[in-house]
Design a protein around this ligand. Structure first.
Ligand SMILES: *Cc1c(COP(=O)(O)O)cnc(C)c1O
Length: 852
């Protein structure tokens, strides 16, 4: 059995009869499924109650057990029975007939490699900064639950992301605790010869060597590259030291390591991968290395290889503004690109052009998102609104294409419910929908939750809120103690919050666009709301600011200073060091989750989804996921569903926020019937739980990724890479020919005939040397609603007499719209090509049509 390093050390001093026990526990405790399954909680607690309570991590418990305790456990037959049972549960989880193997039994999807700079899998493996990482973590857990053939690739950071403590004035301090890789739940990955596997990556003047760790996330392996090896220079040992640490150059090197090193790792492990899924553009270099390997295997050139492998790459963008993309200066790229261009056998300048929107501007920086867009067959945003916003952001890459046809689709994010639901929620969901409810897809869950009665729902909400109050007081105690507060102040922690009071939650990154101080816009009004004598309100707040974001740190200080006012001290708690475990406590207990981003800056947002299964309600800006989830029966909406740049708009929304709270949320929460139940509130809980929780789960998200993106992409990838990339090579010839000859294509006249219910368009085109099979003539009209345009394919009718390669194209469109809405156009066409992702040529008809 492969063992974590710390275990090998630990076992050196143990008698051999303890090995089987230690090995069994280590095996179970390093499978991070314990973090969401909870089947083993009683066993971990039995090993050492105090260590378990302190760490909530069975692997930490194991590493701290004394030899005497191990011997006791080894003699304890009941304990060993429980362990056997746990092993059985794990085996049956791994062997079960999964949703994927049932529904997609004949799918030709061999393997998905999921690349991300961060993975948020909980505090046992702290390799994340925020939402992007938490999404990646939730994706892996769902991939395990649905038994998808997924392998994940990331970096092992020695210091992860910073941890937050606040000084006495409420100013954020950053600390970087060291992740000791040998005591994390990780196994070293060995090469066939038994030595530690090493992945080389060429950097200017040297080769950095990466070793590899494996984390087990249920059935999914997460491989982590680590440059902290004594064989590397001091500079290179630091490559994987901090997540998002260091400057522009360090970021570029990290991305080279993730992308290029990541693909080399896949090759070294001999994994069969048809889909590379890029969680954000950071890993985009993987597409180049993947093509390079195919080039070498097939002895073809780099561009043919890219045409072959591109459809197997899927790019998920998470950025709502172009300024959010990672870009690198021309000089930096010259420094690093030179080495690599030689490997690819291309000119450095050709490589650089892949990262520019318009290849000609020599000063345009190298943009990882453009590289990803050019080297991936499919691209998606993370909510419906974000899909549309992204179409705008990427429009420059598709000149003259209408925005709604820019090739960015969307798959709205979801959350891995078993990681975020409370024990109480687990109980009532299990009662209604069974224990295996999140092991398949989610379509049938709504009905069961709808059947729950008001009393059950309200009682469960109360239990969750009481747990939260208890946990928050404990955290506050610890926080005040660490800050060195006097004993009488620390004791006050036991008096904050009230388990029967309407509880709001607000936690996120503190940055300007999230408007974390919107609730503080009118302090007097807010205090009045909080301290209302009959219908009081309380709020729990948490969040980190980026170390370089002083504005964000000021927002934090504003909140913490507000929270110390004597009159509201009982009602407002700011907790430091927002992370997954604090998020879990908050989303399980709050009644209302508040989110106030400035539209459209919240690409999706996922924290609000985490309250759904727990019966919490959302009061949010109509942005990201909430713009598609909101209806009046499930929660409350802020804003008017449009973008506003005028500064007065914040005042307008603050006013809206207060009045929704004062006039709707608070009265509804406290409007109790004779049985003490707020019927209208509970009705909203039920609607939100049944309608939204299944829909905004990773189960739905993963299903959409498979069905809309992975399966068609895998089919295209297999077709193009078959027989040494034959189809890809002919596609490339098609593409080159078209680009070379495109200037010869031009229009003749256009005649529009009126029909009973529409129009007939007859247009002449002259193709020069371009084969008519290489193009498509369409008649196009912009969408009037729903982002779906009209796009009719025109039929080649006849050659125009006396011309070479001149044709008449005809199409009838039934429509009530005027003919002036419609414009013929010529676009590139090939049955195997993704248009316009792979070829963006387009020629619009212009002029005045003739009417007969
Ligand atoms: C869920 C989560 C996030 C993402 O939340 P947003 O909705 O994007 O604010 C960030 N950090 C942590 C710790 C989380 O659990």
């Amino acid at each position: 059995m492969k063992m974590p390093l710390s275990m090998m050390r630990y076992m050196r001093n143990l008698p051999a009869e303890l090995f089987p026990l230690v090995e069994t526990v280590a095996d179970l405790a390093t499978d991070l499924r314990w973090s969401w399954s909870h089947a083993g909680d009683a066993v971990w607690k039995a090993m050492d109650p105090q260590l378990w309570e302190q760490s909530e991590n069975p692997f930490v418990v194991l590493q701290n057990l004394s030899r005497e305790r191990l011997e006791e456990l080894n003699r304890n037959a009941q304990f060993k029975q429980h362990l056997d049972r746990l092993t059985e549960i794990r085996n049956s989880y791994c062997d079960r007939c999964s949703w994927f193997s049932e529904v997609h039994a004949d799918a030709k999807l061999k393997g998905v490699a999921y690349f991300s700079m961060e993975f948020g899998l909980g505090k046992a493996l702290p390799l994340y900064a925020g939402g992007l990482g938490v999404l990646a973590g939730d994706y892996l857990k769902a991939a395990s639950d649905l038994a998808l053939p997924v392998t994940a690739i990331g970096l092992l950071y020695q210091e992860g992301y910073f941890r937050q403590v606040l000084d006495a004035t409420g100013w954020q301090q950053e600390i970087y605790p060291y992740n000791d890789s040998s005591s994390l739940p990780l196994r070293p990955v060995l090469a066939r010869n038994g030595a530690w596997l090493q992945i080389p990556v060429e950097l200017p003047g040297r080769i950095a060597r990466l070793h590899v760790w494996e984390a087990q996330v249920g059935q999914v392996s997460l491989y982590l590259l680590d440059s902290n090896d004594l064989l590397n220079s001091a500079l290179d040992r630091g490559i994987t030291s901090k997540l998002y640490g260091g400057g522009e150059e360090m970021r570029l090197v990290q991305e080279i390591v993730l992308g290029i090193g990541g693909w080399r790792l896949i090759e070294a492990l001999g994994l069969e991968i048809d889909i590379c899924h890029l969680n954000e553009g950071h890993a985009a270099f993987v597409t180049l290395e993947r093509a390079r390997c195919f080039m070498e295997q097939q002895q073809i050139d780099f561009w043919d290889a890219l045409w072959a492998t591109r459809p197997g790459n899927v790019f998920t963008t998470h950025t709502p503004v172009a300024a959010g993309f990672d870009t690198f200066s021309r000089d930096l790229l010259a420094k690093y690109g030179l080495v690599y261009a030689k490997n690819l056998g291309v000119e450095p300048e050709e490589l650089v052009r892949l990262g520019r929107s318009n290849g000609r501007d020599g000063n345009e920086p190298f943009n990882m998102a453009y590289l990803a867009a050019r080297t991936c067959g499919k691209m998606n945003g993370v909510s419906r609104l974000h899909g549309e916003v992204s179409q705008g952001i990427f429009q420059d890459m598709y000149p003259r294409w209408p925005k709604c046809q820019v090739p960015v689709s969307y798959v709205t994010n979801g959350v891995h419910v078993p990681s975020w639901d409370s024990p109480w929620a687990d109980e009532i969901w299990t009662h209604s929908c069974g224990k295996d409810r999140w092991l398949g897809t989610e379509e049938k869950l709504a009905t069961a939750i709808n059947a729950l009665n008001d009393e059950t729902l309200w009682a469960f909400r109360g239990q969750e809120r009481a747990d939260l109050v208890h946990q928050i007081r404990q955290r506050l105690r610890l926080q005040l103690g660490q800050r060195g507060m006097a004993a009488n102040i620390i004791e006050r922690a036991d008096q904050v919050l009230d388990p029967n009071v309407l509880t709001l939650g607000f936690a996120r990154r503190f940055t300007a666009y999230k408007r974390p101080n919107l609730l503080l816009y009118d302090l007097e009004r807010f205090i009045h709301l909080l301290t209302h004598p009959e219908q009081p309100v309380q709020i729990i707040v948490a969040g980190k600011a980026h170390p370089a974001d002083n504005e964000g740190k000021h927002f934090i200080q504003e909140w913490t200073q507000f929270a110390t006012r004597p009159e509201i001290r009982k009602h407002v708690v700011f907790l430091e060091d927002y992370d997954i475990s604090l998020a879990q406590e908050m989303v399980q207990g709050v009644d209302v989750w508040i989110n106030t981003p400035r539209r459209p800056w919240e690409a999706s947002g996922t924290s609000g989804m985490k309250v759904l299964a727990n019966g919490g309600l959302n009061l949010s800006e109509l942005d990201g996921w909430w713009a598609e989830a909101y209806t009046p029966e499930v929660g409350w909406a802020l804003g008017d569903g449009r973008e506003h740049s005028e500064p007065e708009w914040d005042a307008e929304e603050a006013e809206q926020l207060y009045s929704i709270l004062e006039n709707e949320v608070v009265p509804m929460f406290y409007d109790r019937d004779t049985g003490g139940i707020p019927r209208a509130w509970v009705a909203r809980m039920r609607a939100s739980m049944s309608l939204l929780a299944p829909q905004f789960s990773t189960n739905r998200m993963v299903r959409e990724y498979i069905e809309q993106l992975y399966l068609p992409s895998a089919a295209a990838f297999q077709h193009r890479t078959a027989t040494a990339g034959e189809a890809a090579r002919s596609l490339r010839r098609w593409d080159e020919q078209l680009r070379r000859l495109w200037h010869e294509v031009h229009w003749g006249n256009l005649v529009v005939f009126e029909e009973k219910n529409g129009w007939t368009f007859r247009v002449q085109i002259y193709l020069g040397e371009v084969s008519p099979d290489f193009i498509q003539v369409q008649v196009y009209a912009d969408p009037v609603e729903m982002n779906v345009p009209v796009c009719e394919i025109m039929k080649r009718h006849a050659s125009i007499p006396g011309t070479v390669n001149g044709y008449l194209y005809i199409s009838s469109v039934s429509t009530a719209r005027p003919y002036t809405d419609f414009t013929p156009r010529i676009v590139a066409y090939h049955p195997d090509a993704f248009i316009p992702a792979e070829n963006n040529l387009i020629l619009w008809w212009s002029g005045t049509p003739e009417l007969p």
